[in-house]
Write a protein that binds this ligand. Sequence first.
Ligand code: BES
Ligand code: ZN
Ligand code: ZN
Length: 487
Amino acid sequence: MKSAYKKVLSDKEKVVLIPFFKDYANVPAAYQQWLKDRSKAGILGGKRDEHLSLYLNAAGQPCKILFYCFGAEEEIKAKQIRSSLALAIKSLRQQPLPELALVLNNQFLKYSQEIGEALALSNYNTALFKTGQDRKEAEEKVIKKITIVSRDIDKVQKYNLEEGLKIGFAVNEIRDLINSPHNLVNEITFAKKAEEVCAKNKIRLKIFERRDLEKMKMGALLAVNGGSKHGAKLIVMEYLPLGRRQDPVVLVGKGVTFDTGGVNIKPTAGLAEMHMDMAGAAAVLGVFMLLRELEIQQNVIGIIPLTDNALDAGSQKPSDVITSYCGKTIEVGNTDAEGRLILADGISYALKNYKVSAIIDIATLTGACIVALGDQMAGLFGNNDQMKQRLKNAALETDEEVWEMPIHETHHKGLKGKFADLNNVDNSGMAGACTAAAFIEEFVDKTDWIHLDIAGPAMPKKPKDIDFQGATGFGVRLLTRFLQNIK
Ligand code: BES
Ligand code: ZN
Ligand code: ZN
């Protein structure tokens, strides 16, 4: 989607979106009385998301104009701007929509970044693998050019709107990756994508292949990879704009490209969705698409342990004892608890090789987290209250919701191994999301750390306004904002 800017609406426009508050201030003079009359007649109230269309412009030429009410200006929140604008765009996209003009005054331009995000996010094309007529129809409904019509827009607002668009485009690319099945996005193709992203953004990239990991004795990642056709990889991305002046924040994303459960095989229900088990890895890659574009002044390392969890003669067996990269031994109580194993090695790699200021891991880790919180928010765990508060602030600003969950001493106790240091599951079967977090904490030690369990919001059953059926790209906006907010 290209963007353009102009001062006044022309008669040539074919589709126009005019958002307005109850005071009608953003409605061009030519249409104000018309709209007010409809309101007086009771056709339109003043509530958010009420809307009315006109199929003729003021010059009498055919044109679709959607007047979309955002309620009372003093009651609006940034997240509602994002969601109502997305709903308006989605309704317009029911018909072919090559170009759209969007009228904005200062009441709306205060929320320029949210507007940019909403425009890009709601323009997602879900016809990923369709061909023929279906593809053609879907493509016609993707906006190719958006023209912002505004007398008022200043430099900063324009910059913020463009920034919002870039963020939204990155999220859409990540949605594509997560929505792609394992035969198309696997260890090989995901790594290729990482290469592309890093080349484009001048980010240093190291990819450790299976033979490297064997030499390094990265036992937990290799154990999960035991039954796989493709070798495991460890992707390491370095964005260090501040050089040695600052210790980096490390982002670790779970990159399980398909989770069969392994020998503890998953039931059929939900199994086909398990190509999304790399949504954490994709979110980290999404952040790396944006770091340089948004000129984020923060040293960041991205680590992605990448493998599928397959079922084959070589698969690890329940009761196997493995030695992780940091040397701790782990009894595999359940092969379906594979995410924490590969995260453990990813985190240990960071601690061994960098002077880390803080770690954030993001993972589709447990079904238990969905049971606890539903599928609209991520579970937030961590060992530093200040850092958690900063993450909660970023969540409020981006409307990627999180809810804090505890890690208690008892959650750690349940993970003691019979003969090995640790078991990868707590056999009580209780507090699954908390014990998974406790397991990861065993490898973090005292480093400031946050764990985000995104099993729910990565691919919720019911998409919300800015989302579509399938992957949301959850975490890209949240983590980017978290990094931007670090002073
Ligand atoms: N990838 C799953 C978690 C998951 C479930 C993600 C549903 C998205 C939607 C994870 O590897 C897993 O299987 N976790 C187990 C842990 C259990 C064996 C302790 C689970 O949640 O059942
Ligand atoms: Zn699993
Ligand atoms: Zn998994």
